[in-house]
Design a protein around this ligand. Structure first.
Ligand code: UDP
Length: 427
């Protein structure tokens, strides 16, 4: 790839000297100690992608959370040491925050920078998993002087982030972050556009799913599965999985539901970041459209494989480009046909009419047509689902994800990766 950076521009802050001799044939996860930092106590895509990495990291590691919540208990139940350093003023800052918002949070910001820096002292590497973690961890670099790896899970466009946040990210990426790894080419390209850094400086590792979790759910008797989950039997059922938020587009699915009188829809997920007004608007929309009796709000669920296998078709309706979209690879792993909004990282996963169905984001008519088409042609739906299962096991397995993340961290730290076993995920 051609670099967009000027010849002598700093790409990412430093291509720092190796922690260990580059030729040392070791598993990086056995020799490099890591402090992982994540801003959220909630379970979202970024947290589900950190989970297997933190669980399987064999050297000393700890997860520092900037908010408390179910992510902490999940990590603890899997034997990962966790610390929570919460400051409500900082956790209240939103993505599109304006200056005043930041200024009011300043004392809390300083405290969290210091806390992260203090904890980082006894680790080799600081792994920053989210936006706030990036800002707070990287601003403290003069205090901790640790090598910083940032896992980018966002599309850094002006649609998603305010000007100040983008400016801070640009500055930190240039002067404090040593290495970045992005969850998709869409996320990587947005950082390249924002910072002018070389594309080679932002390697991409796609998320992966544990296929065993899906194969353990017996879906031979969908009726029994639906009865167990309290879902209607013997109806054509679509499922939309993910947190309830305006840009996830649940309102688009409701509008499609109104056009298809035979369809039932289950929304699995809850408002994780205070989007209660949106949930209320969805209920109002359902009442207005007269679809309440064909719509189920299932709330946040822990057993996604069972819920996904209980539906006939899986919908993804994000109205803005999705940075990656774990729910899509999960739907593919569940062996169900997926209809997805064609933008961002989604197009790196779904191939139209090959392993799924792509529709333009926010287009109710196209979504309703796609659902109708797959309902009317079960063999086509099955063929897409079969191919999706093959693709996900080849390109989006948790094993491939871990192998590539470890290889990336090994390169970042100068430790040679141990294994050449898994093939690279689709790049
Ligand atoms: N999820 C879950 N239970 C729910 C809703 C969502 O476990 O009720 C999980 C879902 O399986 C996926 C993650 O939350 O692993 C959402 O990740 P995605 O990348 O799709 O979206 P994000 O929340 O990161 O925008």
């Amino acid at each position: 790839m051609k670099s967009t950076a000027p010849a002598n521009a700093p790409v990412i802050a430093s291509q720092a000297t190796p922690l260990y001799a580059p030729s040392y044939p070791a598993d990086v996860s056995r020799v490099v100690s890591i402090l992982f930092v994540d801003q959220s106590g909630q379970l979202g895509g970024a947290e589900f992608s950190l989970l297997p990495l933190a669980v399987t990291w064999a050297a000393r590691r700890e997860v520092l959370l900037l908010s408390d919540g179910p992510f902490r208990t999940r990590l603890e139940s899997l034997g990962v040491p966790v610390r929570v350093a919460c400051d409500t003023r900082v956790s209240g800052i939103r993505k599109r925050a304006v200056h005043v918002n930041w200024l009011m949070a300043l004392p809390g910001i300083v405290r969290q920078i210091r806390t992260i820096a203090r904890h980082a002292e006894s680790f080799d590497v600081l792994f920053l998993n989210t936006q706030k973690a990036l800002v707070l961890g990287a601003l403290g670099k003069p205090l901790h002087r640790k090598r910083i790896i940032w896992h980018l899970h966002d599309i850094m466009s002006g649609d998603h982030f305010g000007p100040l946040q983008r400016l801070i990210v640009r500055w930190l990426t240039r002067y404090a972050v040593d290495h970045v790894v992005a969850n998709s080419h869409a996320s990587a390209a947005s950082l390249v556009a924002l910072t002018g850094c070389a594309p080679e400086a932002v390697p991409v590792v796609h998320n992966g799913v544990d296929l065993n979790e899906f194969s353990h759910v017996d879906d031979a008797d969908t009726g029994a599965l639906r009865r167990r989950l309290g879902l209607p039997e013997d109806v054509y059922l679509a499922g939309l999985f993910g947190r309830l938020a305006p840009w996830k587009g649940q309102h688009i699915a409701l509008a499609a539901l109104a056009r298809l009188p035979d369809l039932h829809l289950v929304l699995v997920g809850s408002a994780l970041f205070g989007e209660q007004a949106y949930v209320a608007s969805l209920r109002e929309q359902a009442a207005r459209l007269g679809v309440e009796d064909r719509l189920i709000f299932a709330g946040f669920r822990d057993d996604m494989p069972a819920w996904m296998k209980a539906v006939d078709v899986i919908l993804h309706t994000s109205t803005e480009p999705e940075p990656f979209g774990r729910v899509i690879i999960e739907g593919m792993a569940a062996g169900r046909p997926v209809i997805a909004a064609s933008a961002g990282g989604v197009t790196e996963i779904v191939r139209h009419r090959k392993n799924g169905w792509l529709v333009p984001p926010g287009n109710v008519e196209a979504l309703a047509d796609a659902i109708e088409t797959l309902h009317a042609a079960p063999e086509l739906a099955q063929r897409l689902a079969d191919q999706a299962l093959i693709d996900v096991s080849r390109q989006f397995s948790v094993e491939a994800y871990l192998e590539q993340m470890k290889r990336t961290i090994a390169l970042a730290t100068g430790v040679a990766a141990i294994t050449n076993a898994a093939s690279p995920a689709s790049a």
